[in-house]
Design a protein around this ligand. Sequence first.
Ligand code: FAD
Length: 349
Amino acid sequence: MSWNRYGIGFLVLVALVGCEKPVAERPMVEIHGRTMGTFYGVKVVGDFPGGQQALQTQVDSLLKHYNDEISTYDPNSSLSKFNQQQTSTPFPVSQEMADIVISALRVGQRTQGVLDVTVGPLVNLWGFGPDKRPVKTPTDEQITAARQRVGIQHLHVDVSADHAALRKDVPNIYVDLSTIGEGFGADKVAEFLESRGVHNYLVEIAGASRSRGVNAKGDPWKLAIQKPTDELDEVQAIIKPDGRAISTSGSYRNYYELDGKRYSHIIDPATGKPITHRLVSATVITPTSLEADGLDTALMVMGPEKAMAFAKQQRLAVYLVIKTDKGNFILAYNLVPHLMSVFNAKEYS
Ligand code: FAD
């Protein structure tokens, strides 16, 4: 979520708190920018060929390329053109577009359709996509009609050595990759840095991050999970990702109120409605950011009990924040031991 754009500032705070003696810092190249309707930041420890300006230009251009491919907010993106084509004719796409859709479908199958990138008609009906917010709560008839256009089983990817295409067997299926786009982007920026010989870096796009190596002080990177409140700089916990990707999804900042009820942007494909349970934030730690970004949303759909059962069954490192009846928060986690040691995991009110 866009609130995590302050994560980089938290890293500075953590480094200051964690180091009693001043240490000689290595040079660092740092850039910030806008992409995918949110903010991104990249830190490279050591030199980058061509310096900060070259890093900014190349990362901006890379992210623009992916935005042009997968944005549903741009009617001219490749994905929007596929969505506009209301037939079952195969639609040629780049190999990368095929790969991201295949990855999205895999996470969808792994979560038994809870993560569903064809949920776009419902996202838009509830006013969380490019369409305007509804002035009235959608009716059951509208929800039922939108649900007829939802289901990952209707979306197919055809790939051969020199050709890739997307195909839908319900002609008006609409694909929304918002839930994994930021994670995909963070992975691609990390791959780009690695290809330039950079091995100490941190990449953040909204709530999705990838990092490797050490920060300017020579310490492992540390990332903050924010408290599920309106205060942007309250830290809930610190994670040492140790080369893994981290992504957080939450229901408490992207919402609106209508007819006296609060609606979050996370949609349960089984009901066609925004979630209503008490899980307010889910953080997932996995090798790739795309996977973490898809799974955090899936956990948010599942709710606290099912999310924790899923994490245990899948041996997934997760950190959940749950709101209680009394209005305070409790934490639940399933983490590998060395990650757990850096969590400040205690009940608070
Ligand atoms: P996440 O938890 O990562 O994802 C939640 C989002 O996933 C929901 O908002 C919804 O779109 C979708 N979703 C909800 N339920 C499900 C489900 N069950 N299964 C699958 N998906 C679900 N926003 C703008 O306002 N303007 C822009 O120009 C813009 N451009 C974008 C371009 C790209 C390429 C991408 C990927 C996103 C863009 N966005 C834009 C959207 C925005 O930046 C966020 O991606 C979006 O608000 C949700 O991301 P999140 O991290 O907050 O939530």
